[in-house]
Design a protein around this ligand. Structure first.
Ligand code: SF4
Length: 341
C-alpha cells in the first residue's frame, strides 16, 4: 500500500492501552494451544477441521509447515509503517480467503514457496530488524499462526525490539485472536466487505462482515482504537485497510459504517490501487480500475462519518500490485532498493 495521510496520524480521542505483554496466558500455553488446533484446524472461520499435523489440507491447502514467499523491507506501506527503513514484511504463501481479484494472487492462491522452521523464521525477524526495518510484519499470518507465534517468542528472547504487526485479511476468529493477546503491538486488518453477498461472490464466505466486525472489536480491545506514533513510526494500535473495488461503492460505504460502529477513532487506509489480475479481466465489475468519482465518494463518506485519521491514495494509472514472479516483486526494488532475505 502506498498512501499519504489526509489527516494527522494520531487520533486525538483514540485509546491505546498500555503494553501488556506479560498478562494473561503464558507463551508456552499459547504456542501449545495454537499447535493443538492444527490437528483439527479451526484457526480461521473456514473451520476445515482437518489434521494438518498429519499432512492433511483444508481450504488453504497448507499442511503444518510454514511456507514463505519472500521477506523484505517494504517501502510501500502506510508512512508510519514503512518509515525510512521499510516495514519488515514477510509474505507467507497461501491464504484462508483467496479473493478472486487478489492483488497478491501469485502467492495467496498457492501453497508453493520456501518452507521455514520456527528457528529460521525467528532469524528472519531478527535480520529484518538488523537491516533497519521498523517492525516485523507477517502478511496473511493466520494459517501459519502456531509457528509464527513460537518464532516471535524466540526472536523476542534474542532481543527483537520492533513492533509485531499482524497484517491480515480481516476474516479471523475472535477466539484465536484472544490467544495472541499481549503479543501483537499493531493490528493491520483489511475490512474488505460490508455486504455479505459481495464477500460471498468475491471470497466465497457468507459471513465476512460479521467475522470482520467481531475480529476488529477484539483487536481494538487488545491494542486500542488509535495508532500510537513516535518520531513518525507506528508503535502500537490498529490501522484498518479497505480496498475500494470497482462498481461496488455500496459495499465500501457499508464497510465504513460497520467500522464506525466500533470507533470513529480507528485510523483508516482507503486504497484506490485496485488493478484487475488476469483471472478477472473479463469480469463485468472487477475488470477495470476504480474511477476517481468512486474513490472520492468513499473518502467523502469516511469524512462524513467522522473518521479522524485517513490515509488516502491518488487515483491514477500506475499498477501498484507486486509481481512475485520477479526476483524483486516491487517497483521500488528495481530502482536500487532492497534485497530479499
Ligand atoms: S487455516 Fe486453513 S485449514 Fe485451517 S480452518 Fe482456515 S482454511 Fe481451513
Amino acid at each position: 500500500m502506498q498512501g499519504s495521510p489526509l489527516h494527522g496520524a494520531a487520533a486525538p480521542g483514540g485509546h491505546v492501552p498500555e503494553a501488556r505483554r506479560d498478562r494473561n496466558v503464558s507463551p508456552e500455553y499459547r504456542a501449545g494451544s495454537l499447535k493443538k488446533l492444527l490437528k483439527r484446524c479451526v484457526l480461521c472461520p473456514r473451520m476445515c477441521r482437518v489434521d494438518r499435523a498429519a499432512g492433511k489440507h483444508g481450504f488453504c491447502r497448507l499442511d503444518a509447515r510454514m511456507v514463505i514467499s519472500s521477506a523484505l523491507p517494504h517501502h510501500g506501506e502506510e508512512p508510519p509503517l514503512s518509515g525510512s527503513g521499510g516495514a519488515g514484511t514477510i509474505f507467507f504463501s497461501s491464504c484462508n480467503l483467496k479473493c478472486i481479484y487478489c492483488q497478491n494472487y501469485q502467492i495467496s492462491h498457492s501453497p508453493a514457496g520456501r518452507p521455514v522452521t520456527v528457528e529460521e523464521l525467528a532469524g528472519i525477524m531478527l535480520d529484518l530488524e538488523a537491516r533497519g526495518c521498523h517492525n516485523v510484519e507477517p502478511v496473511t499470518p493466520t494459517p501459519h499462526l502456531a509457528g509464527i507465534m513460537e518464532a516471535l517468542e524466540i526472536a523476542r528472547e534474542r532481543g527483537l525490539r520492533v513492533p509485531f504487526v499482524f497484517n491480515c485479511g480481516g476474516y479471523e476468529r475472535q477466539e484465536i485472536l484472544r490467544l495472541i493477546d499481549g503479543r501483537v503491538e499493531i493490528y493491520l486488518p483489511d475490512f474488505k466487505y460490508g455486504l455479505e453477498e459481495i464477500g460471498n461472490r468475491c471470497s466465497g464466505v457468507p459471513d465476512y462482515p460479521r467475522r470482520a466486525l467481531d475480529s476488529l472489536r477484539e483487536m481494538v480491545r487488545q491494542a486500542g482504537d488509535a495508532l500510537e506514533i513516535e518520531d513518525g513510526i507506528a508503535r502500537r494500535g490498529v490501522l484498518v485497510r479497505h480496498l475500494v473495488l470497482p462498481g461496488m461503492v455500496d459495499n465500501s460505504l457499508t464497510a465504513l459504517m460497520l467500522i464506525r460502529e466500533v470507533s470513529p477513532f480507528i485510523p483508516l487506509s482507503l486504497m484506490s490501487q485496485y488493478t484487475p489480475i488476469p483471472a478477472v479481466r473479463r469480469h463485468p465489475l472487477l475488470g477495470r480500475r476504480v474511477t476517481k468519482g468512486e474513490y472520492e465518494r468513499v473518502v467523502n463518506a469516511a469524512l462524513d462519518l467522522g473518521f479522524e485519521t485517513l490515509y488516502t491514495q491518488e487515483v491514477d494509472d500506475r499498477a501498484l500490485n507486486p509481481d512475485f514472479a520477479r526476483e524483486k516483486p516491487f517497483d521500488w526494488e528495481s530502482t536500487g532498493g532492497t534485497d530479499d532475505v
